[in-house]
Design a protein around this ligand. Structure first.
Ligand code: GRG
Length: 293
């Protein structure tokens, strides 16, 4: 049975709220920090991006019966999460890493500004994420900050695995570890953190988030093979050209797609006891692998 929840309007409305919040977070440095850095952080944070991680935070909090209003702890965590994710994209695009000139349909930060500024934008966004989260008046930001820090660290470790994989072939188990850390960690932390904001145990939800994180990365690897640069807003076909080990390259496209579907089905089964208030989370979970960009 298909879920009747309309995911596109939900994403449009959460994105609008998240973008207003991100604007306020970065503008809080206006007049304090050098204007060029504030402008570059704002350029990185706004003007594109699907905002899937903040949407997962909010949908997971809602699914567990929590408050997702604009001044809530969940929104604070969602904004911190998007700052961390954006920092990782800015650094990943640098010439020393993936050397990309296009991101979210626009020139990357080091192209629009310069490399030193892009390094500082990433560093600044990371600090801003924790400063914003830890300024919460509600109890509990410390635990969420720990969750965010642990998973941001896993992401960095995953990035190192990815770099090392350019020089040697990986087996399936190693590819899965790479995917779990580089990509899965932040998605899992989004779902676990959202649940925590509602008073649920983050550890109970994290494994479901990891399944969805893996499914998301498989979908991303398939899109890299099948979608075009204009649709993706980033250069398509780069992973295959670089000979990167991905699940589609190891198993073939069909088997990889089937794996993503199986992971989604397992996650949806785990979420089913949450009932109707998890409709947005379930629809988002499906969207992670059905998306076209
Ligand atoms: C440089 C510390 C450091 C980490 C980099 C996120 C990352 C780790 C690298 C980006 C390259 C990549 C393909 C990562 C896998 C995760 C992923 C698909 C990120 C893109 O996420 P989306 O599609 O992006 O949610 P938007 O732009 O929509 O926010």
């Amino acid at each position: 049975m298909s879920d009747p929840f309309a995911i596109e309007p939900y994403l449009r409305s959460t994105s609008a709220r998240v973008e207003a919040g991100l604007t306020a977070v970065v503008e809080s440095r206006r007049g304090v920090a050098p204007a060029r850095l504030v402008d570059a952080m704002k350029y990185a944070l706004l003007g594109g991006g699907k905002r899937l991680r903040p949407a997962l935070v909010l949908a997971s909090c809602e699914a567990h019966g929590g408050d997702v209003s604009d001044p809530s702890l969940a929104m604070r965590f969602a904004l911190a999460m998007e700052c961390i994710h954006t920092y990782s994209l800015v650094h990943d695009d640098l010439p020393a890493m993936d050397d990309d000139d296009l991101r979210r349909g626009r020139p990357t930060v080091h192209v629009a500004f310069d490399q030193a500024t892009a390094v500082l934008v990433g560093d600044g966004l990371q600090s801003l994420a924790f400063a914003h989260l830890l300024a919460a008046p509600e109890p509990g930001p410390g635990e969420l900050a720990r969750l965010l820090a642990d998973n941001a660290l896993l992401m960095v470790e995953g990035q190192q695995r990815d770099i090392e994989a350019e020089h040697r072939p990986l087996g399936e188990a190693e590819v899965l570890t790479l995917m779990r850390t580089k990509t899965g960690a932040l998605l899992a932390a989004s779902i676990a953190g959202g649940a925590r904001c509602a008073g649920a145990a983050a550890a109970a939800v994290y494994p479901v988030g990891l399944k969805l994180g893996l499914a998301f990365q498989i979908a991303d690897d398939l899109l890299d093979l099948t979608a075009d640069t204009a649709t993706l807003g980033k250069r398509a076909g780069k992973d295959a050209a670089a000979g990167k080990a991905t699940l589609p390259s190891l198993l073939g496209e069909q088997a990889a797609r089937a794996r993503a579907e199986a992971l989604l089905a397992e996650a949806l089964t785990a979420l089913s006891p949450l009932g109707p208030r998890a409709a947005a989370l379930r629809a988002l979970a499906r969207h992670l692998i059905d998306r076209k960009k």
